[in-house]
Ligand binder design. Structure first.
Ligand SMILES: C[S@@+](CC[C@H](N)C(=O)[O-])C[C@H]1O[C@@H](n2cnc3c(N)ncnc32)[C@H](O)[C@@H]1O
Length: 278
């Protein structure tokens, strides 16, 4: 089996599980208002160390295309450092957060196209970037081919070393009673790139996941953090809260001054990038 076939098989299993257990409508926006808000950040904040590395590849005259750019967490601060930023993302909820964030920050050189990348026509940039999207892309080879064709100078992809949905598998099984179907990650992506004849640079960025840095000082904060990590459907919140509270001592350890989720493995952001064109 090739790595790209594995992408498709894993994501078909995820879709099957979501339809069977949660009745998920594949045409609905999976990024509900609550989830989309988690991705909204102040564009004028000082760049965090991981974004500093990414920004280091940009030139002031560049057009940046951010594929699956969500609420503009990356593209809006980078728009302040380049000529133009264009987000391509099909999610209306993410799009609403992007518009509000861009307008509130007074940024005039960033825009979005509400579309699946595979349906977006005529979008090109000097740098084509994509953060935390590949886990959800069933047909990864055409997706990458399109990133590459749209990039005049460079493609940049970031993924977490532990794919975020997978890192909550222990909680998922606790609530839904069966192992969570795993999404693909950087291993499958690197192998797919290799199979396509692309040999990218791979950099391990310094910071841990931005949603895992809160100090969880009380049991209530620990439970809330687990619930808000994005794995629980809105309608299952009350049942999930009860299940986490009941299993609290099995799930969390108290270290120094805060609770630490025992199930989370350390994860680091990986930057996968290669030059295109000349
Ligand atoms: C985990 S969010 C990441 C958002 C943003 N890149 C960030 O890091 O803050 C994944 C995003 O990818 C988008 N997405 C998923 N599949 C896509 C596709 N085929 N084309 C464009 N965007 C896609 C989703 O709508 C969602 O906004």
């Amino acid at each position: 089996m090739t790595a790209s076939e594995r992408f498709a098989i894993l994501l078909d299993a995820v879709a099957e599980q979501q339809a069977r257990l949660h009745g998920t409508d594949p045409s609905a926006d999976p990024w509900t208002g609550r989830l989309a808000r988690l991705f909204r950040f102040d564009p004028h904040r000082p760049l965090e160390p991981n974004l500093e590395v990414i920004a280091g590849y940009l030139r002031p005259d560049d057009v940046l295309v951010d594929v699956g750019g969500g609420a503009g967490r990356v593209s809006l601060p980078l728009a302040l450092r380049c000529r133009e930023a264009i987000v391509i993302d099909p999610s209306p909820n993410m799009g609403a957060e992007f518009d509000a964030c861009r307008n509130g920050a007074g940024i005039t050189n960033a825009r979005r196209v509400q579309a699946n990348w595979m349906d977006a026509d005529g979008v090109e940039g000097d740098v084509v970037f994509s953060a935390d999207v590949a886990y959800f892309v069933r047909d990864i080879v055409p997706f990458i081919e399109k990133l590459q064709a749209a990039a005049r100078r460079r493609v940049m992809i970031t993924l977490w070393s532990v794919s975020p949905p997978n890192s909550e598998a222990v909680l998922y099984e606790l609530l839904y009673g069966e192992p969570m179907a795993h999404v693909p990650g950087f291993r499958e992506l690197m192998s797919s790139l290799w199979d396509m004849g692309i040999l990218p640079d791979l950099t391990v960025l310094p910071e841990p996941p931005w949603w895992e840095i809160n100090l969880l000082r009380t049991r209530e904060e620990a439970v809330r953090d687990a619930l808000e990590s994005g794995w629980v459907l809105e309608r299952d919140m009350a049942v999930a809260r009860e299940a986490i509270s009941r299993n609290f001592d099995r799930l969390f350890t108290f270290e120094g001054e805060s609770y630490r989720p025992r199930w989370r493995q350390p994860s680091r952001e990986l930057l996968i990038t290669w030059a295109t064109g000349d």
